[in-house]
Design a protein around this ligand. Structure first.
Ligand code: PLP
Length: 385
């Protein structure tokens, strides 16, 4: 018997990243494909989860997550994002940032709604739109504009069916940080067209040169229309814990909770206690990680600009570089395959992040400086220098 797969799932593009991960994890390959910190979760945070398990924290928590953790998240949001949120009604703890995105989109979207999403951008936005029978409406991030959106073009694409605008700053895969002026103009667009906004801020602490990520909900009039999505994955090097959260209007959070009740009940209780330790203990290791990423960012930008056919602008946040590789004469996929074969270096074709990613590749510099230097030498050698 042929199993039946829904048309929604059949319409999903296969994950280009998984394929590259598999190839890039072969022996001898330096993988610059992976989007997660190379640091392990600090020991004191791990101890927090172990202690919770020993105390017998093996039961369900509230569907919204434990109130103690939500209070600590509200404290962090006040400190880091300058955002005031009510821990009891405006926050939900989720299974990673991706579940926060899923719940928010499922709570907001009706079939046929249009979703403005970045191209290139985190591919989950497109897949989740399709899962909700909504229509992706990509807005282009071009290197000529510093990977900022062309706001006139974005506004011209909006129709009466456009419901949601997704923002991601600092962004995956471009590493760019939208300046305040762009954020304010985006707020104007959201207001004029009555759009809901999801602001994906999972890289909020990984920002360089003393800049600050602006939390979209803090802009005048934006709090009620914005769902802020965040995660412990990147800031605390906790990817495998699968813990994230979302903040938004109490009605949206209630809507998200209804779905959470069905799909997961709650995030794992003992891990929530570990996350509480992460928020309530010293934060200095975050500064140390970010300083290390910044040095690698400087190194990788210089390295990539010396590779024949590459041009790379300096990323302002996250841990990705997104060089223009059109000078090599190859497509993104051809170049990634070429580098894998001839340089034993793994990177991700820009097209994995949308059709506007053609001509670019994503390089993750969440790996040691020695490996970045070695990867640079191998790429230059393979490309004839
Ligand atoms: N948002 C962006 C832009 C990401 O790059 C990622 C992970 O790569 C996530 C959300 C989700 O992260 P997690 O589900 O691990 O919290």
């Amino acid at each position: 018997m042929e199993p039946h797969l829904s048309s929604r799932v059949r319409a999903f593009p296969p994950s280009g990243i998984r394929k590259i991960f598999d190839l890039a994890s072969r022996p001898g390959v330096i993988s610059l494909a992976i989007g997660e910190p190379d640091f392990d979760t600090p020991l004191h945070i791990r101890a927090g989860a172990k202690d919770a398990l020993d105390r017998g924290e093996t039961h369900y928590s509230s569907n919204l997550g434990s109130l103690e953790l939500r209070r600590a998240i509200a404290g962090r949001m006040a400190r880091v994002n300058r955002q005031t949120v009510d821990a009891e009604t405006e926050l939900i703890v989720t299974i990673g940032g991706v579940e926060a995105l899923y719940l928010a989109m499922a709570a907001i979207l009706d079939p046929g709604d249009e979703v403005l999403l970045p191209d290139p951008g985190f591919m989950v936005y497109r897949s989740l739109s399709m899962l909700g029978d909504a229509r992706p409406l990509p807005y282009q991030l071009r290197i000529e504009n510093g990977f900022y959106p062309d706001l006139a073009e974005m506004e011209a694409a909006i129709t009466p069916r456009t419901r949601l605008l997704i923002l991601n700053s600092p962004g995956n895969p471009t590493g760019q940080l939208f300046p305040r002026e762009i954020m304010e103009r985006l707020a104007g667009i959201a207001e004029r067209h009555n759009l809901m906004v999801i602001s994906d801020e999972v890289y909020d602490t990984i920002v360089y040169d003393d800049q600050e990520a602006i939390s979209f909900a803090t802009l005048p009039g934006m709090k009620d229309r914005t769902v802020t999505v965040n995660s412990f994955s990147k800031a605390y090097a906790m990817t495998g814990w699968r813990l994230g959260y979302a903040a938004g209007h109490p009605e949206i959070i209630q809507g998200m909770m209804k779905i959470q009740q069905i799909v997961a009940a709650c995030a794992p209780t003992m891990l929530q206690s570990g996350a509480l330790v992460a928020l309530e203990s010293r934060q200095d290791f975050i500064t140390e990680m970010v300083q290390e990423y910044q040095q690698r960012r400087d190194l990788i930008t210089d390295i990539l600009n010396s590779v024949p056919g590459f041009r790379c602008i300096k990323p302002e946040g996250a841990f990705y570089a997104f060089p223009d590789i059109r000078g090599t004469g190859m497509s993104s996929t051809e170049l990634c395959e070429f580098l894998l074969q001839n340089a034993k270096v793994g990177c991700v074709p820009g097209t994995v992040f949308g059709s506007n990613g053609e001509g670019f590749v994503r390089i993750s510099y969440a790996t040691s400086r020695e490996r970045l230097e070695e990867a640079g030498k191998r790429m230059s050698r393979a490309l004839g220098c």
